[in-house]
Every structure is written in C-alpha cells, then in structure tokens.
Design a protein around this ligand. Structure first.
Ligand code: ADE
Ligand code: ZN
Length: 338
C-alpha cells in the first residue's frame, strides 16, 4: 500500500507522449554546454535565467525557448541533452517515451539535420540499452515558418526515416492553422510517417477539426479547446482520438488561470482518451510525476483516475499492441495492489 499519492504516482508505470526534447534543457546543462561551445548567454547564471521563466502566453515562452536552444551545436550536445532527459525517465518510472524534436530550430542556424538526429538517436539507443526505456522520435514542423520550409525539412528527414516514427506540428498556434500544412502532411503520410499536431492549445476548436479532417492526424497534442464544440467532442470520443494534455504547461502559459480549472477530469468523465504529460518540463516546473500529482491535488483525481490516465498513455502510444497489453496489465496489477 502506498500511503501518499506522491508514492503511488512515483511507482505507477507511465508513458510520456508529449515532450519536446529542447524543452528538457535544464539551465545548469544549458550553461555548461554554452561554456564549452564559447557561446555567451544573456544571463549571468542558471539562477538568473530561471527568474526569466515567467510567461503570459505561448509566444513569450517560445521566444526564450528558441534562445536557449541556440547553444546546441555539436552532436555531443544533442546527446547530452537527451541522455539527461532519459535519466529523469528512470527517476520517474517513465518506461516508454515519445519525443518531439524541432529540426528547423537548429537547421535554420546552420546546424546539419544529421548532427541533431545522430546525437538524439545515440542517446535513445543508450537509454534503451542501459535503462530499458523504449522510445519513439517525432519530428515537428515549426508552424510559424512556411509550408516550403516544412517540405524541405521533410526531404532532409527521409534518409533517417527508420529513426523517425511520426511528424507533428508545433510552435506559435494562433494565425497558423493546420490547413497551412495540408500538403506536407499528405506527403508525410504517403512516406509512412504517423501524424499528429498541436491543436486547440491557444487556437480555437476549429484548428482541432482541421487537424482531423485536413491533416488526418491520429493524435491531438493538447486539444483543450475541443470542449467548445460538443459535436467535435462526440467525434473524439467515438474515434478515441488521444488528447495529450499538459497541465503545468497550460498553467504557466496562461491557457488556464488556475490548475483547478484544468479540464482533464471533465474530459475523462466524457469518455475522452485524455493523457497527461510534461511538454517542456525544464521551463514549466515539473516532469510527468509533478504533472500527475499537482493536477490530481488541484482537480481531485482519484487513484483510479490516475491509473486510467496511465493506461491511456500506453493505449495512445505507438508501441506494438503486444507491448501495450503488457504495460496495461502491469498498471492494472499495480493499481489493484495499491
Ligand atoms: N513547442 C514547445 N512547446 C510548445 C507548446 N506548448 N506549444 C507549441 N509549441 C511548442
Ligand atoms: Zn507541446
């Protein structure tokens, strides 16, 4: 029996499905890598940098997030970033992780696509070998950039197709609807990539509708705003389309004003395939366990709800069916004994 909710969450096996690797860049590692690459940062110390982590919206966060990523130059830097994140997976009992990376953030600065993906890939291989953590890699197109730039990024990715499971869409949502990327998603689908998109984080529910109907995604990242459209909710329920929710991100980016307002409980009650994740944990005050715990305390999630969210995380993952079943059985057994 786990007396505290924190202990219960700690031991619960979980899959992480919404995590930007650049968003795991902890200030201490950022300073260490900046130093070895001889790149000046605008802040005197990791502590000073952290005081700048106050955001009124998504764009204010993205401005500082892209700034931090500029110190990543060598393959080794991408390796160190990823292996540091995988250590937190071990600490938090995340047994499977599906990681977003933003190649354009790096290729636009003259870093080769190959440098980025080789560093990340090598860490993922080590993570599986050393810690048994399984993973998938998902390439995100930056939606504030052009369709043409997304096509070029897709071309650059093709030689590494075996290492990339899917493509997604992230960055500034408002004013950059999914329809802008309809053709590039069509091509990505034809190339065999699985499809997902950030939608309905700050943007309207119509962006979720577009992501489903025009991009043909099988997973929605965030999706909070679906609750504005009951017909859309019914379709998401009927098709069991996963919504990868990120409560601490929503709080820090003012998508919600209080954690108690987070819709996860309402979504579960409606039968939606909601899951909980950490988005950019180095910037938002916590990794997956902090997201589970603080949200549970704020909105009153029971242990049964938390077990259901962990089961959803495996159901919504891109693991083979047999592996999903094994993890879901383990979650069920764990919950029955806790
Ligand atoms: N890139 C990193 N985090 C993001 C978020 N929460 N929304 C959109 N793009 C992002
Ligand atoms: Zn995200």
């Amino acid at each position: 029996m786990h007396d505290s909710l924190a202990d219960f969450i700690q031991e619960l096996p979980k899959a992480e499905l919404h995590l930007h690797i650049e968003g795991t860049f902890e200030p201490e590692l950022m300073f260490a890598i900046a130093k070895r690459n001889g790149i000046p940062l605008d802040f005197a110390s990791a502590e000073e940098l952290k005081t700048a982590y106050r955001f009124n919206n998504l764009q204010e966060f993205l401005d500082i997030y892209y700034l931090g990523a500029k110190v990543l130059i060598q393959e080794e830097d991408f390796y160190d970033l990823t292996i540091a994140y995988l250590k937190t997976c071990v600490d938090q009992n995340v047994v499977h992780t599906e990681i977003f990376f933003d190649p354009q953030t790096h290729t636009d600065r003259g870093i080769a696509f190959e440098t980025v993906i080789r560093g990340i890939r090598r860490a993922l291989e080590d993570g599986e070998q050393l810690h048994g953590i399984t993973s998938r890699l998902i390439l995100c197109f930056l939606r504030h950039l052009s369709e043409e730039a997304a096509f070029q990024t897709l071309e650059e990715a093709l030689p590494y197709k075996a290492w990339i499971t899917g493509v997604g869409l992230d960055s500034s949502e408002k004013g950059h609807p999914p329809s802008k990327f309809e053709r590039v998603f069509k091509k990505a689908g034809e190339e065999g990539f699985l499809l997902m998109a950030h939608a309905g984080e700050e943007g309207p529910s119509s962006y979720i509708r577009e992501a489903l109907d025009l991009l043909h995604v099988t997973r929605i990242d965030h999706g909070n705003r679906c609750l504005d459209d009951e017909e859309l909710v019914q379709e998401l329920v009927r098709r069991q389309i996963p919504l990868t929710l990120c409560p601490l991100s929503n709080l820090e980016l003012k998508v919600i004003s209080r954690l108690a307002d987070h819709p996860v409980k309402r979504m579960l009650d409606k039968g939606l395939m909601a899951t909980l994740h950490s988005d950019d944990p180095a910037y938002f005050g916590g990794y997956i366990n902090e997201n589970y715990l603080r949200t549970a305390e704020a909105v009153g999630l029971t242990r049964h709800d938390l077990g259901q969210l962990a089961i959803h995380s495996f159901q919504a993952s891109f693991l083979p069916v047999r592996e999903k079943e094994i993890w879901i059985d383990r979650v069920k057994t764990y919950c029955a004994s806790s």
